[in-house]
Ligand binder design. Structure first.
Ligand SMILES: Cc1cc2nc3c(=O)[nH]c(=O)nc-3n(C[C@H](O)[C@H](O)[C@H](O)COP(=O)(O)O)c2cc1C
Length: 385
């Protein structure tokens, strides 16, 4: 039997299973502690800049593609570039989300360095913004670190507990006062954050965000990008140390074993079978419907600097949410700029009264949930140019 065909038969199990993860503070019994196993250990590096980059590597980033590379200028300075071999050309044709990921990296580095006794700062686009063809040739930022005796920065304690939570959410709807508490810790400097948690409005938003996933799943090139970045087994996850996987979705136990047998990302045809897509969409719908609110990040313009600065705001929001016991999950499909998404994206913008050049840069669901499996990262010394 084709591995994928089994999905039809197990679809009920797959979609009906409520997932209760059992990880404790970045550890899982089989894997040991987060730092040094799944994530780089700054203590493995002697140069302060590489210690700081090790901390930055923990940042959220699209598809966990970690599209970052570095040119070391000294023990204390480096240039960050987009790794152009890791662009998501189908779902992110402008490179917008990849640059949001760079902003997440820079701010995670700055906060993380403070835990190691370094002050870090970054200057964006030291050679100016560039067309996407020059990604990888022109730097996104100049990073400088220096020893400091100041205390670790606020939010830095959440770097290793933060994670994207794609599973079921619990508890009540997010109240404006809860949202204000997260926003107060975030201190977003660039994008405008808004919460949608009134039941009718939330449903309206979830419906259109879900439709975005339907469009993605039915657009071969876009959905194929998930296949390319998918790592089905623990062995592949450990070897490649990037990408997305079932475990970070909350799948575990017997269901995980079954799914690891079924899902074969190397078989393009089976990945795109309509039965497989239907089972995935059903499961996805059930999970996102447990959202307790939607948070949008909007900028007045839509430049490369807007993208990177939204990433700074986004990671700060995620760290703040984690600190206050909330979990979040970006749902980016409807915001994406490939032709098949144009009509739905316009509908979404009309619904929100957003007109160009303003742009909704990020849309995330928010709620409360348990800790799941932590994602992996590559080592920075393999990312030097
Ligand atoms: C700009 C951006 C867009 C993202 N979009 C999605 C998305 O649409 N769906 C999703 O499940 N995760 C999305 N993510 C989350 C990443 O997949 C996640 O950060 C990455 O896999 C690493 O996992 P972690 O956040 O748990 O460390 C996005 C992250 C960023 C920075």
């Amino acid at each position: 039997m084709e591995r994928r065909d089994l999905i039809i038969q197990t679809g009920t199990v797959l979609t009906a299973t409520v997932l209760f993860p059992a990880f404790l503070m970045g550890c899982d019994k089989s894997e040991g502690p987060l730092v040094g196993t799944r994530r780089p250990n700054p203590a493995d590096y002697s140069q302060p800049i590489l210690k700081a980059i090790s901390m930055g590597m923990n940042a959220p980033n699209p598809h966990n593609s970690q599209a970052w590379k570095f040119k070391l200028l000294s023990d204390y300075e480096a240039l960050l570039y987009v790794d152009e071999t890791r662009l998501l050309r189908a779902t992110d044709p402008l490179g917008r989300q990849i640059h949001i990921g760079c902003g997440c990296f820079l701010e995670t580095l700055r906060l993380g360095a403070s835990k190691l006794g370094y002050g870090a700062e970054y200057e964006l686009f030291p050679e100016g913004e560039y067309p996407l063809e020059e990604a990888g040739l022109k730097p996104v930022a100049l990073i400088k670190v220096a020893a400091t005796s100041t205390e670790p920065l606020p939010l830095s304690d959440s770097i290793f507990s933060r994670q994207t939570n794609r599973s079921y959410y619990e508890g009540g709807l997010i109240t404006p006062s809860e949202f204000n508490s997260i926003s107060a810790l975030t201190t977003a400097k660039h994008s405008e954050l808004s919460l949608y948690s009134e039941p009718d409005r939330l449903k309206q938003m979830l419906d259109i965000l879900y439709e975005g996933m339907v469009v993605e799943a039915k657009t071969h090139t876009a959905y194929d990008e998930s296949r390319i970045w998918f790592r089905s087994s623990q062995k592949k996850i450990e070897t490649k140390r990037d990408g997305i996987n079932l475990r970070t979705d909350g799948t575990k136990g017997l269901l995980l074993t079954i799914m690891e047998f079924i899902v074969n990302e190397e078989n393009e045809e089976s990945w795109h079978k309509s039965t497989a897509i239907s089972a995935f969409l059903k499961s996805y719908h059930k999970k996102i419907d447990t959202a307790k609110g939607i948070v949008l990040f909007k900028t007045q313009t839509n430049t490369m600097a807007d993208w990177v600065k939204t990433g700074i705001d986004y990671v700060r929001f995620q760290l703040a949410a984690d600190q206050l016991g909330f979990v979040i999950h970006p749902m980016s499909q409807v915001l994406q700029e490939y032709p098949e998404m144009t009509a739905l994206r316009s509908q979404f913008n009309d619904l929100l009264g957003v007109q160009e050049p303003s742009k909704i840069q990020m849309g995330v669901r928010i709620g409360r949930g348990k800790k799941l499996y932590y994602s992996y990262r590559r080592e920075p010394d393999g990312l030097l140019i």
